[in-house]
Design a protein. Structure first.
Length: 163
């Protein structure tokens, strides 16, 4: 999965076999879906990084078919979420390995003048016509999603130890 910034080619990720999306040193991560929930972050990286409310104009948080989490796609509205700062390189690697291949990492301009990297849907990705709802996700999917994240992390750590 190509990184959208200027960079030199990097090897494939040892955990996924896809090109490494972290070939530059991203400074902050704009989260708009499941990663805006502290419980999910804690399950994946053992802490909740510093975070501030943030928004990106010209983007839509779209529901994805057959998935409980959303995708960020170009749109006429403003996507809201949080800007995570202070992520360590290892935390970036874990979050990048966790993210679905439907995403690519892209640097966005935020409405307050800051910038943040975000996992946005690849061009041509299939999205639903309706927006994703954080409230519905929390009410209907969050506990099972946290269990899924914990299982993913155990597999990821086992794979990391084996390589």
């Amino acid at each position: 999965m190509p990184h959208t910034g200027t960079h030199s080619p990097q090897p494939n990720s040892p955990t996924s076999g896809r090109p490494d999306r972290l070939s530059v040193d991203p400074e902050a991560l704009f989260v708009y879906g499941s990663l805006q929930f502290p419980e999910v972050l804690f399950t994946l990286i053992d802490r909740v990084p510093d975070h501030d409310p943030a928004a990106a104009h010209g983007w839509r948080v779209a529901a994805l078919p057959e998935r409980p989490y959303p995708g960020l796609v170009p749109g006429t509205g403003t996507a809201t979420g949080y800007l995570l700062t202070g992520l360590t390189p290892e935390e970036w690697r874990v979050l990048d390995a966790f993210e679905d291949p439907v995403y690519e990492l892209k640097r966005l301009d935020l409405t307050d003048g800051r910038h943040g990297w975000a996992y946005v849907c690849n061009p041509g990705a299939t999205v639903e016509p309706h927006d994703w709802s954080a409230e519905d996700f929390q009410a209907q999917h969050l506990p099972a999603y946290i269990d899924r994240c914990a299982a993913w992390r155990r597999r990821h750590e086992t794979n990391q130890q084996a390589s």
